[in-house]
Each structure stands twice: as structure tokens, then as C-alpha cells.
Design a protein around this ligand. Structure first.
Ligand code: ATP
Ligand code: MG
Length: 581
């Protein structure tokens, strides 16, 4: 048999994690002719950085091995779900660069689930139970005590069918009855102690309206959803490991592949009648310090207005970090570096920020911007002096081209690049000292002009005429180089200086009555007015740059327009937190 190799680009490393190894083996042994995966978010919130790992794995594995991946919205819990989330999820997956083979909803399969449940009843594998939620809990036992059988466990198949059909007809109130799998109340695995398969819930569903007064439970719906779609490898996070026996139980006892009549309802929805026997494989969740990542907590940050919404650039949602300036390739690099394992751990956020820096360092064009402006007047230039200097867009990548930067008599420089009383080792501008203006020559500061309050408001400087670009004197040694923009040509910009949202590594730790709300970083957003060179002001939304010496910035996805720039700081040039640590 021909050996199976993943269809990586020629220079990409062959990934060797345990999941890809399983896939490789299954293809090599002929167990599967081709593979199929799915990414199955519940549309009850926005996707976050953790989901990016699952997306890269589900879609990535399928692509590498010539298979396909579905996007399935697990919409079995209508009370919590919303079409707004469905739209954002699709946007996020496509932004990451993936395209689903087919977009499905678990609700597409409600008819199949229902027939599957009737089959389980007829086969004696499921029963209608009248215990209420409290009683079910009491009967279930605990980790040390076996459970007790429900008094309704031995109902006849006929009685169960009749009751289940009446549940479906809407005859009973919410919570009055459940359909339960008949497995083993003494099982060491609590998930196998006759878990509920269906519950009564008279609630409108965003896709099926009021068609259904009963809804399938997650484990049942998820396993059968995978089977219906012919998923071969169902990849999920480790918390589902204990659910795998139930997953397999559902797949095997319903056996959709062997009972194609159960797939009949798919035709009404224009879906193919295919089914298979999926295998669930678990991997570790992605967790970073300095972040919270559960949808519940992210929801609380939004509803309590501790941030400006799901797409606030400080949020770890994909919509948020996209607005912050994270790129799909930075996230893929991060996922690559973190790898796939079965070991849950809390990773250092420096890994995430490092991947962003490395990606932007290689790809982001350079621009000049001044975010805390101090005026410089070059007194030896004429008032009308004006020229255009040519700058490379990237120091190492000539393919990014060049641009012109206007230079004139009045400049803005960074206030912190000047010190009246320089501290020891200060290499930039002081009165009487020289500094190199990036790409424009060397200037000496002759005088610091102050306002009535004694604050420096202007520096009067002389540009060394022999130090202009291309001249002999341009190579004269001076200690410091600073960036600048031409005051007449620069464009005022709103600059949002974002930082980490939390001040502590583990905001999830609920100690001394504190919660993550108590650890919010008051300095996580500072808004200033800066000046950017024209080529930055002309950016299109979401275009990212390195502002030289300041960090990586992105033109805001929503608020920026060419000519009225709004920039978000994506990340600083260096990690300033690890030293604080
Ligand atoms: P949360 O627990 O944050 O609310 P969730 O697990 O409920 O998230 P789902 O919509 O159910 O979110 O997740 C869809 C898929 O993404 C699942 O397969 C899940 O295992 C995976 N996933 C969710 N969070 C992470 C994470 N932090 N790391 C890796 N995969 C994740
Ligand atoms: Mg979930």
C-alpha cells in the first residue's frame, strides 16, 4: 500500500502529535479511505483563543490529510443561543483562513434524534422516567455510593413509547419527565448511570421555532451528530474523556449506519443520508495566565460593562484579539508552538504575545508615529523647507517596498526622548547634545523653550548640514537615534494603548472572597492623541504596522478611516511584564 503522507507544504514540518499519528495509522490501515472532522461550537457566546486551537486542529488535520471538516453549531440549548453568535462564529472561522465543507446545525438532526430515541425505547435501551430533578440526583448516588434504579426503569417498551410520543406532543410540563438511557446505575462512571437523553422544554428554538417541546441532551445529540455527518475523528477537549463511554454507547446502540431508515428526516432538510461510526479523541484545553477564558466569565465582563463588548480589543475573544491586531498567522504559530497533548496546563501568555511579535516582526511594514509629542524647530532650515525622504518599509524584507516620508523645519518627537537633566546612561537628546533623526540627519539641541509653568514646550535645534542622508557626515557617531514626524504633514491620530486586562497571573483564583473582577488592570486602556506619518494615516482598517520604537499597532477595524486614523496597540516591542513578575 502506498504510504500516506500529510499534504503539508513542502517546507512545513510534518506534525507528529498523537492525533495526527492516529489519523495516519487509520488511513494506512485502510480503516478509513478519507477522514472527516468537525468543529462543533455551541452558539451561546463568542469564540475565544482556546477555540482557535480546536479550529486549527479540526480544520488543519482535515486539510493536511486531504479530508474535510464541517462547522456544526451545537444548538440543542435554545434558551442560551442566539443568531448573533452564529454569525460571529462563521466570521471567526473564515478569518482564521478555514472553510467548512458543510455548515450544519444540530437542530438539522432533531428528526433523526427523535427516531433514534424511539429505536432505543423499542430495543429496551431507554425509558421514560417521572422522577424530578432533585429525585434523579438523589437516586444517582455519588463517587463512592452506587446509584439506585429509578422506580420507572422497568416500564414496558409500549408504555415508554406512548409516554415519549406524548412528551413530543407537548402534553407534559417542563421537567415533568425525561427520557433516560438504560445503562448501569452502579457504574463507576457517573455519566453511565442512566443519563437523560431528552428533556421537556417548552421554548422557541431559533431554527425550529415551536416544533419541538422536547430537546435532546448534549451527549446524545453530539454523538449522533458526529455519526450523521460521517465524522471519522471527533476531536474534543479532555473534560469529555469521561463522557466517551456514553458517546460510544449512543453511537453503537443507535447504529445509524446500520439503520438508514432513521436518517429519513434528513431528506426533508435536503441533507444526504450518510452515517458512520465516529471515534472521539480528547486533547488538552488551551489556557493562558492573565486571561479568563470561560464563556460565562467573558459574558459577565460584557454584561457588567467591565469592557466595551465582546469585541473589545482587551478581550480574549477572537473578535477582540482580531481588533487588537492579532493575525491569523500569529495564532497559528502559537498553536503550532503549544502543540497537541493530553496534559492540561496554564501557559504563559508570553507565548501568545511572543507569537504575535514574531509574526509582526517578520511581516508588518514599519511606520513612524509619535504618541507623546514634543515640538522640534530646526532653526537653520527655511520656514518653507520641505523634502521627501525615502524609507524602506521593512529592514529585512525588500519585497515590502519603500515609501516617501515628508521632512520639514518643524517636527514632532517623543517627549521622553528629551531630558533636561539626563539620567546616567541617557543616550538621546539633551540641551547641547546631538541625536540622530532616523533617516534624516543629525541635530543638536540649542535651547529648550518653556511655558509659564516651566514645562518644556519646544526644542530649538540645528540640523547638521553635512549629516544629511548620503553625505559623508551621515556616518558620524552619535549615541542615540530617535524617530520623528513632520509637524506640517503628520496626521493627528487617536491611539489606544492597550495592555493586559488583568494584573495577576491567575485571575480565576477566587481567594479571600475576591473574583477576577477585583484584578482588572486599571491601565489596560489609555487613549492618547499622537501624530502619524501620512502613509500610516492612509491605512485601511485592520492594517497592522510596527510604529518604530513604540510597538505594533493596527488600524481599528471599526473606528479607523483613512485620513482620520485610529490605532490600537497590539503589543509592545518587548515583554515588559516578565521583568515586573
Ligand atoms: P467554554 O467552556 O469556554 O464556554 P465550551 O467548551 O463550552 O467553551 P464549545 O462551544 O462547546 O465551548 O466549544 C467548541 C469546541 O471548542 C469544543 O470541541 C471544545 O472542546 C473546544 N474548546 C473550547 N474551549 C477550548 C480551549 N480552551 N482549548 C481548546 N479547545 C477548546
Ligand atoms: Mg461546551
Amino acid at each position: 500500500m502506498a504510504s500516506i503522507t500529510p499534504q503539508n507544504t513542502p517546507d512545513a514540518p510534518v506534525r507528529t502529535d498523537f492525533i495526527r499519528q492516529i489519523v495516519r495509522d487509520d488511513l494506512a490501515s485502510g480503516k478509513h479511505a478519507s477522514i472527516k472532522t468537525r468543529f462543533p461550537p455551541e452558539p451561546n457566546g463568542y469564540l475565544h483563543i482556546g477555540h482557535a486551537k480546536a479550529i486549527c486542529l479540526d480544520f488543519g488535520v482535515a486539510a493536511e490529510f486531504g479530508g474535510s471538516c464541517n462547522l456544526r453549531l451545537d444548538d440543542t440549548n435554545p434558551a442560551r443561543e442566539d443568531p448573533e453568535y452564529v454569525r460571529a462564529i462563521q466570521d471567526d472561522v473564515q478569518w482564521l483562513g478555514f472553510q467548512w465543507a458543510s455548515l450544519r446545525h444540530a437542530s438539522d438532526y432533531f428528526g433523526v434524534y427523535y427516531l433514534a430515541a424511539e429505536k432505543l425505547i423499542r430495543d429496551g435501551h431507554a425509558y421514560v422516567c417521572d422522577l424530578n430533578a432533585d429525585a434523579v440526583r438523589e437516586y444517582r448516588g455519588n463517587l463512592t455510593e452506587p446509584g439506585r434504579n429509578s422506580p420507572y426503569r422497568e416500564r414496558s417498551a409500549d408504555e415508554n413509547l406512548d409516554l415519549f410520543r406524548r412528551m413530543r406532543a407537548g402534553e407534559f410540563a417542563d421537567g415533568a419527565r425525561t427520557l433516560r438511557a438504560k445503562i448501569d446505575m452502579a457504574s463507576g462512571n457517573m455519566n453511565l448511570r442512566d443519563p437523560a437523553l431528552y428533556r421537556i422544554k417548552h421554548v422557541e428554538h431559533q431554527n425550529t421555532g415551536s416544533d419541538w417541546p422536547i430537546y435532546p441532551m448534549y451527549d446524545f445529540a453530539h454523538a449522533l451528530g458526529d455519526a450523521v455527518e460521517g465524522i471519522t475523528h471527533s476531536l474534543c477537549t479532555l473534560e469529555f474523556e469521561d463522557h466517551r463511554p456514553l458517546y460510544d454507547w449512543c453511537v453503537n446502540h443507535v447504529d445509524l449506519a446500520g439503520n438508514p431508515e432513521l436518517l429519513e428526516p434528513l431528506l426533508a432538510r435536503g441533507l444526504p443520508k450518510e452515517a458512520g461510526k465516529p471515534r472521539q479523541i480528547e486533547f488538552s484545553r488551551l489556557n493562558f495566565n492573565y486571561l479568563v477564558m470561560s464563556k460565562r466569565k467573558l459574558m459577565a465582563l460584557v454584561t457588567e460593562q467591565l469592557v466595551d463588548g465582546w469585541d473589545d480589543p482587551r478581550m480574549p475573544t477572537l473578535q477582540g484579539i482580531r481588533r487588537r491586531g492579532y493575525t491569523p498567522s500569529a495564532l497559528k504559530l502559537m498553536v503550532e508552538r503549544v502543540g497537541i497533548s493530553k496534559q492540561n496546563s496554564l501557559l504563559d501568555i508570553a507565548i501568545l504575545e511572543g507569537a504575535l511579535r514574531d509574526d509582526l516582526d517578520a511581516h508588518a511594514p514599519r511606520r513612524m508615529a509619535v504618541i507623546d509629542p514634543l515640538k522640534v524647530v530646526l532653526t537653520n532650515l527655511d520656514a518653507g523647507f520641505e523634502e521627501t525622504l525615502t524609507f524602506a518599509n521593512h529592514p529585512k524584507d525588500a519585497s515590502l517596498g519603500e515609501r516617501g516620508i515628508p521632512f520639514s523645519r518643524e517636527l514632532w518627537i517623543e517627549r521622553e526622548d528629551f531630558e533636561e537633566v539626563p539620567p546616567p546612561g541617557f543616550k538621546r537628546l539633551t540641551v547641547g547634545g546631538d541625536v540622530r533623526l532616523r533617516g534624516a540627519g543629525i541635530m543638536r539641541c540649542d535651547e529648550a523653550v518653556k511655558d509659564a509653568a516651566g514645562r518644556v514646550v519646544e526644542l530649538r535645534c540645528t540640523l547638521d548640514p553635512a549629516s544629511r542622508p548620503g553625505m559623508e557626515g551621515a556616518n558620524r557617531k552619535v549615541k542615540g537615534t530617535i524617530h520623528w514626524v513632520s509637524a506640517r504633514h503628520a496626521v493627528a491620530a487617536e491611539v489606544r494603548l492597550y495592555d493586559r486586562l488583568f494584573t495577576v497571573p491567575d485571575p480565576d483564583a477566587e481567594e479571600d472572597g475576591k473574583t477576577y473582577r477585583d484584578y482588572l488592570n486599571p491601565g489596560s486602556r489609555r487613549v492618547v492623541t499622537g501624530y502619524v506619518e501620512p502613509a500610516a494615516a492612509d491605512a485601511v482598517p485592520e492594517q497592522g504596522f510596527q510604529f518604530e520604537r513604540l510597538g505594533y499597532f493596527v488600524a481599528d477595524r471599526y473606528d479607523h478611516a483613512p485620513g482620520t486614523p485610529v490605532f490600537n496597540r497590539s503589543v509592545t516591542l518587548r515583554d515588559t511584564w516578565s521583568q515586573k513578575g
